[in-house]
Design a protein around this ligand. Sequence first.
Ligand SMILES: Nc1ncnc2c1ncn2[C@@H]1O[C@H](COP(=O)(O)OP(=O)(O)OP(=O)(O)O)[C@@H](O)[C@H]1O
Ligand SMILES: [Mg+2]
Length: 225
Amino acid sequence: MLNNPLVEVKHLQKTVSAHFGLLKILNGVNFAIYTKETIAILGASGSGKSSLLSIMAGLDPEYEGSVHLFGQELKDLNEDQRSALRKNDVGFVFQSFLLIPELNAFQNICLPLEISGLINPQTTDFANSLLTRIGLSDRSNHYPATMSGGEQQRIALARAFITKPKILFLDEPTGSLDTENGQRIIELLFELNQDFGTTIVMVTHDTEVSQLCDKVLTLKAGSLV
Ligand SMILES: Nc1ncnc2c1ncn2[C@@H]1O[C@H](COP(=O)(O)OP(=O)(O)OP(=O)(O)O)[C@@H](O)[C@H]1O
Ligand SMILES: [Mg+2]
């Protein structure tokens, strides 16, 4: 079992309908991701990076070809089955952070625990330690509207990590951050990878960051180059 890939993508194609007809946004993509790997996905804007990430994370089952996550073909599962597969084991940080405006920083981070009935002193301690690691321990009771884009992005990262997922997907995790905070997030990601064996799959435009990763996948117009 040890050497089975966490994610296996074969002949993946994704077609969407645009106003001028059908548009192929992923075109014959093949690769595999193994436990504890760190993967960077590079490519120009519009090359299909976010689309690929959503499919791998089980958020978009509308594709042709084959995509296995934890050994299961995602398009064969219904929404409930996909959400059960993701629960606790898959973290996702979106390009737009999707924090809940009515919840403060701490509550946003703890939301996945709340949903899974995992709130206890140990997990809330972990939430506090993540707040410290992202440099926002003094913002615990601040609401998203009162935080900068970079601060919101760091909260979204802590929320994605709160259940210690097996695999963490991130769409440009340093996109809204200055160099110092960006570096902090990247260091944190590699620490989480080392400390918890979390597999990291991140879209980035930063070639310095991609050089730190075990593998780099570069998309060009929907194909790997
Ligand atoms: N639902 C959709 N309907 C029509 N076109 C779509 C849809 N989703 C994505 N696209 C198009 O598919 C292409 C790939 O989009 P995607 O968001 O994956 O790019 P990206 O590589 O993440 O770009 P960026 O770096 O700007 O975030 C783009 O040309 C986009 O306009
Ligand atoms: Mg994108």
